[in-house]
Design a protein around this ligand. Structure first.
Ligand SMILES: *[C@@H]1O[C@H](CO)[C@@H](O)[C@H](O)[C@H]1NC(C)=O
Ligand SMILES: *[C@@H]1O[C@H](CO)[C@@H](O)[C@H](O)[C@H]1NC(C)=O
Ligand SMILES: *[C@@H]1O[C@H](CO)[C@@H](O)[C@H](O)[C@H]1NC(C)=O
Length: 786
C-alpha cells in the first residue's frame, strides 16, 4: 500500500496526544495474544436471502459462520454480541466486527460481502499553538454577513471531533428558534453531560467509542469524559468556528479582546465525538458519518485525517461518498504535513479539501540583545513574571560546537543543568518535543526566559504560543544571528518584550508552511487542495478542563484559545457552506463547493499573488487550490459546475478499480459504469488539471465542462484564459448566452502542447458577465515522453 505518512512532527501534536499514543501502543501490544482486530465489513444489502427478516440478522449469521465453530449455540450467541461493534446502514452498508485475521479472510469470500478494511487510526489536524489573543478570522471582521444577509436557522452542521464544552458562551441559543422538526438526532448523556446540555444551538450530541475500545481497551474515565463533553478542547474550538454564537469581549488571558463568532452563527451544531485521548478510529468515524447522515445533517465538518491509500480503502472517502449521495456537503482538513509536496490527505473529489492560510494580525515580541540589536519574533506569553525591558539578562546556548548533540534535542526534559541556566535566558532550537514544553523545561531549571529558534525544517514561519515563561519564537535566519552573537561573546545578554496584537499585517493572507500540499497522490487530474481558509492563530471557544497549552502541568483555565492547523481552516469552510446552503437550500454539495472555489481570490492585501510562507515566493494551485475563500462572493457565484453522484461514480470508473473495488461505491450493485468520461479530467470539477501522458504522440488534449446559470435569467459570459508557455489553450465556445436561470451550457477546452516543459504550468480560466467572475485554476503537467 503506497501511503504517505501523516505522522506530524512530535512538536506539532499536543503532549497529551503524544503521551496517550504511547499508552495505547502499550495496551495494544498486551492484547496481542487475542490477535483480534476490528474490521469494517461492507455488505451488499441486495444480496440478503429472504430467510432473514432484517439486515442485522443476516450480518450476524455471516459473522457466526466464520467464528468459533466449536462452541455451543448459546455461547456463540453471547460471543457474537461482543464481536459486532457497529451496524451501518445510511452512508455505508455493513458492520464493524472484531475478528482474527483468519476469520476476516474467510468472511471476505462470503456472498454479499463487498469489501473488508482493517480499522485504522486517524489524527486531529492541529498544530497546537495555544496562545493569547482575541483574534478573529479576517473574514469575520472585514465582512458583515450577519442575520440580514442570510437566514440560516435550519442548516445543521455535524462536527466529528472530540465533543463540545456545552457551557461555552459560543453555544448560547439565545434568539434561536426551536429545533427543526425534521431533525432525527439525539442528545446522548454520560459523565458531565446531561439532556439540558443540548439546546437550540447544540441540537445533537453523540459518542462513538466501540472501535477505540476494541483497539486500546476501555476508555480511561479519568482522562476522558465518556460522554459528548470535550476534555481536549479541539472539538469545542472547531464547532465554535463553524457556528458559534457571537461572544463579545472574547479573549485569551486578558489580551486584546474582540467578538468571537462562528462563520454561520445561526446554524445548528450536532457534535459527534469520535476522538478520545488515545486517538480516533475509522470504525467510529464511519459510524458517526452514517449516523449523522441518518440524523439529518446538511454539512459535515471533519478536521481529521489518516494516510492516503486509495479511494476504496479509505473509510472516510467511502463514507463521505455515501454522505454526498444523500446531499450532505463534506469538508475535511488537508493535513499539516506541508511544505513537503504530495502531503495531502482527504483527496476524494466529493470531499472539499481545505488548506490553511494566515490572517492580517500577528503578535510581535522583541528580543533586544546586549549589542544593541533588536530582533522581532512572535509570542503570546502573558503572565505575572515579566522581564524588565530596562535590564539585560545573561543569554546562553548549549549547542553550536562540534561536541554538542543535535541542537533539536536541547531543552528536552532532563537536559538542562540548573547551574548553567538559572537566572538566564536560554536559546532552544525547535523540534522533537512540543514548543511550550521546552519552555516548561527551561522554567523548571530556573531559566527566566527562552528564545525558541527555528531550524531549516520550519524556515521563517513563526507560530505564536501561550508559553509558561517569557518566551519568543524567532525565524531560522535571525536565530542563527543570535546564536552567533552568543557563541562569540562570553558575556552575551538579552531581554524580551511582548508587544500585544498588531493588525493590518501585509502581506496577508499567506499560505501556511505547515498546510499540506498537492499534487494529488491518487489522481493528478483532480487538483487538490480545493481551497485555503484561515488556519493560523484562530481564536475560538475552549474546554474548561484543559490549559491553553494543553500541557498537563498547565493549570491555567481559559474560555477561548488560539490554535493553528488545517483543523482550524476546515470549520471555516464548513460554516460558509452552511451559509450558502441556507441561502440556496436546493443546491447540491458540488454546487456549493463550486461556488466556494470559483469565487476564491489568488491575491493578497498588497494586490500581489498569494505567497507561500515556506518559500516567500508566490504560491501555486498545489499550495492554495482555487485560492483563498471569499464568503460574500460565494453566496452569488453566477455559474456553478454541478456534479451528480453518478458522475462521481463515472470518475471512479476511470480510476482502474476492479469490479470489487468499484462495488464499495456502487452499493446494492445499482450503479454501473456507463463510461461517459474519456478521462478523469472530464469530471465537471471547478478546477482543471490536464496531464499530457508519457506517450510522445499525444500533443492535444480536450476536456469538457458544463456550467449552470444560478444568476439572472439573461446572462452573457465571455471567457478569458491566461497564456501558457508550453501549450496553446482554446475554449469553445468563448461566449455563453443564458436565457433562463438553471439553464446548463457546455464548453470544451483544447490544450495543444508545443513544448513539453519539465515543470507543471499554472494559470486560470475565468468566465465574466460584468458582475461575476467565475474562475477555475488550471494546471498543465507534461509527463516526460518515454
Ligand atoms: C457592520 O455592521 C455594523 C452593525 O450593523 C455596522 O455598524 C458596521 O458599520 C458594519 N461594518 C461594515 C464594514 O459594513
Ligand atoms: C561544546 O558544547 C558542550 C555541550 O553543550 C559543552 O560542554 C562544551 O564545553 C562546549 N565546548 C566548547 C569548546 O565550547
Ligand atoms: C452570444 O451573444 C453574442 C452577442 O451578444 C454573440 O456574439 C455570440 O456569438 C453568442 N454566443 C453564442 C454561443 O451563441
Amino acid at each position: 500500500m503506497a501511503k504517505h505518512p501523516i505522522i506530524t512532527p512530535m512538536e506539532k501534536m499536543s503532549f497529551i496526544l503524544t503521551f496517550c499514543f504511547l499508552l495505547s501502543f502499550i495496551v495494544l501490544s498486551s492484547n496481542a495474544e487475542f490477535a483480534k482486530k476490528t474490521y469494517i465489513i461492507q455488505m451488499d444489502n441486495s444480496a440478503k436471502p429472504d430467510i432473514f427478516s432484517n439486515h442485522q440478522e443476516w450480518y450476524t449469521s455471516k459473522v457466526k459462520s466464520v467464528v468459533y465453530k466449536s462452541l455451543e449455540a448459546d455461547e456463540i450467541d453471547n460471543n457474537i454480541e461482543d464481536r459486532i461493534i457497529y451496524n451501518y446502514n445510511t452512508a455505508f452498508q455493513g458492520m464493524a466486527a472484531k475478528l482474527s485475521q483468519e476469520e476476516a479472510k474467510k468472511l471476505e469470500n462470503e456472498d454479499g460481502v463487498v469489501a473488508i478494511f482493517p480499522d485504522t487510526k486517524y489524527q486531529l489536524h492541529t498544530t497546537r499553538s495555544p496562545s493569547f489573543l482575541g483574534l478573529e478570522p479576517i473574514i469575520q471582521t472585514k465582512n458583515n454577513f450577519s442575520k440580514k444577509l442570510v437566514d440560516d436557522h435550519d442548516v445543521i452542521v455535524g462536527v466529528l471531533d472530540t465533543g463540545v464544552w456545552p457551557e461555552s458562551e459560543s453555544f448560547s441559543d439565545i434568539g434561536m428558534k426551536p429545533v427543526p422538526s425534521h431533525w432525527k438526532g439525539a442528545c446522548e448523556t454520560g459523565r458531565g453531560f446531561r439532556k439540558h446540555h443540548c439546546n437550540n444551538k447544540i441540537i445533537g450530541a453523540r459518542i462513538f467509542y466501540h472501535g477505540y475500545e476494541a483497539a486500546t481497551g476501555k476508555i480511561d474515565e479519568q482522562a476522558d469524559f465518556k460522554s459528548p463533553r470535550d476534555q481536549d478542547g479541539h472539538g469545542t474550538h472547531t464547532a465554535a468556528t463553524v457556528a458559534g454564537s457571537p461572544v463579545h469581549g472574547a479573549n485569551l488571558l486578558g489580551y486584546a479582546s474582540g467578538t468571537a463568532r462562528g462563520m454561520a452563527p445561526n446554524a445548528r451544531i450536532a457534535a459527534y465525538k469520535v476522538c478520545w485521548s488515545g486517538g480516533c478510529f475509522s470504525s467510529d468515524i464511519l459510524s458517526a458519518v452514517d449516523r449523522a447522515v441518518a440524523d439529518g445533517v446538511n454539512v459535515l465538518s471533519i478536521s481529521l485525517g489518516g494516510g492516503v491509500s486509495s479511494y476504496y480503502r479509505d473509510s472516510l472517502s467511502v463514507a463521505s461518498f455515501g454522505a454526498m449521495e444523500k446531499g450532505v456537503f463534506v469538508s475535511c482538513s488537508a493535513g499539516n504535513a506541508g511544505p513537503d509536496p504530495v502531503s495531502l490527505t482527504n483527496v476524494s473529489p466529493w470531499i472539499t479539501t481545505v488548506g490553511a492560510s494566515t490572517m492580517d494580525r500577528d503578535f510581535p515580541a522583541d528580543v533586544s540583545l546586549g549589542n544593541g540589536r533588536k530582533i522581532t519574533g512572535t509570542s503570546l506569553y502573558k503572565g505575572k513574571t515579566m522581564l524588565s525591558v530596562n535590564k539585560q539578562y545573561p543569554l546562553v546556548y548549549m549547542g553550536g560546537n562540534s561536541t554538542s548533540p543535535d541542537p533539536r534535542s536541547l531543552c528536552l526534559e532532563g537536559t538542562l543543568d540548573r547551574r548553567a541556566v538559572a537566572g538566564k535566558i536560554v536559546i532552544c532550537d525547535r523540534g522533537i518535543s512540543p514548543r511550550v514544553q521546552k519552555g516548561q523545561v527551561v522554567k523548571s531549571a530556573g531559566g527566566v526566559g527562552m528564545i525558541l529558534t527555528n531550524t531549516a525544517a520550519n524556515g521563517e514561519e513563526l507560530v505564536a504560543d501561550c508559553h509558561l515563561l517569557p518566551a519568543i519564537a524567532i525565524g531560522e535566519k535571525e536565530g542563527k544571528e543570535i546564536k552567533q552573537y552568543v557563541l562569540t561573546n562570553k558575556k552575551a545578554t538579552a531581554t524580551l518584550a511582548f508587544l500585544n496584537t498588531r493588525l493590518g499585517i501585509t502581506p496577508s493572507p499567506i499560505v501556511a508552511a505547515f498546510s499540506s500540499r498537492g499534487p494529488n497522490f491518487l489522481t493528478l487530474e483532480i487538483l487538490k487542495p480545493d481551497i485555503v481558509a484561515p488556519g493560523v492563530n484562530i481564536l475560538a471557544a475552549w474546554s474548561g478542563v484543559t490549559g491553553p497549552s494543553s500541557l498537563p502541568t498547565d493549570r491555567r483555565r481559559v474560555k477561548f484559545n488560539i490554535l493553528s492547523g488545517t483543523s482550524m481552516s476546515c470549520p471555516h469552510v464548513s460554516g460558509i457552506a452552511a451559509m450558502i446552503k441556507s441561502k440556496h437550500p436546493e443546491w447540491s454539495p458540488a454546487a456549493i463547493k463550486s461556488a466556494i472555489m470559483t469565487t476564491a481570490y489568488v491575491h493578497d492585501n498588497t494586490i500581489k499573488p498569494l505567497k507561500d510562507a515556506s518559500s516567500d515566493e508566490p504560491s501555486t494551485p498545489y499550495d492554495h487550490g482555487a485560492g483563498h475563500i471569499n464568503p460574500r462572493k460565494a453566496l452569488e457565484p453566477g455559474l456553478v459546475y454541478d456534479i451528480k453522484p453518478q458522475d462521481y461514480f463515472e470518475f471512479l470508473c476511470t480510476q482502474k478499480l476492479t469490479p470489487t473495488e468499484l462495488g464499495v461505491f456502487a452499493k446494492n450493485s445499482k450503479r454501473v459504469c456507463r463510461n461517459t468520461f474519456a478521462s478523469a479530467g472530464d469530471l465537471n470539477y471547478p478546477a482543471i488539471s490536464v496531464v499530457f501522458p508519457e506517450k510522445a504522440s499525444t500533443s492535444e488534449m480536450t476536456i469538457h465542462r458544463t456550467v449552470t446559470n444560478v444568476g439572472p435569467d439573461v446572462s452573457k459570459y465571455h471567457v478569458i484564459v491566461t497564456p501558457f508557455k508550453g501549450s496553446v489553450v482554446k475554449v469553445e465556445p468563448d461566449t455563453l448566452n443564458f436565457t433562463r436561470k438553471y439553464e446548463k451550457l457546455s464548453y470544451k477546452v483544447t490544450f495543444k502542447a508545443t513544448t513539453r516543459l519539465s515543470e507543471p504550468e499554472f494559470g486560470g480560466l475565468v468566465w465574466k458577465d460584468g458582475v461575476h467572475k467565475v474562475r477555475s485554476p488550471i494546471v498543465i503537467t507534461y509527463l516526460p515522453p518515454i
